[in-house]
Design a protein around this ligand. Sequence first.
Ligand code: FES
Length: 97
Amino acid sequence: MSSPSHILYPCVSFSLSGDETDPCAQHAAHDLFDYLSQQINERDLDIMICNTGCAQCCESGPVITVQPGDRRYEGLAQTKDIDALLDLLAAEEAAAA
Ligand code: FES
């Protein structure tokens, strides 16, 4: 089994109570991250998604941390932001091939 080119860790604002009252959820992160998953499949990218909890930068959400590189992308509030991130990762994936 090969390793994915990237692993994305989107903050999905989960809390122990299960409430979706945390900042990233209030910014509709779940809908955006559904879009993210759909786009990864449509583009046939070798990217894994691992949902995670609060990344401690709530005022800047929605937030995705990208590995490798330990890069954090903040303010991913619109589908065009997700598209731009995936354009970047697709270029990195192509360059590494
Ligand atoms: S709830 Fe997403 S960074 Fe805090």
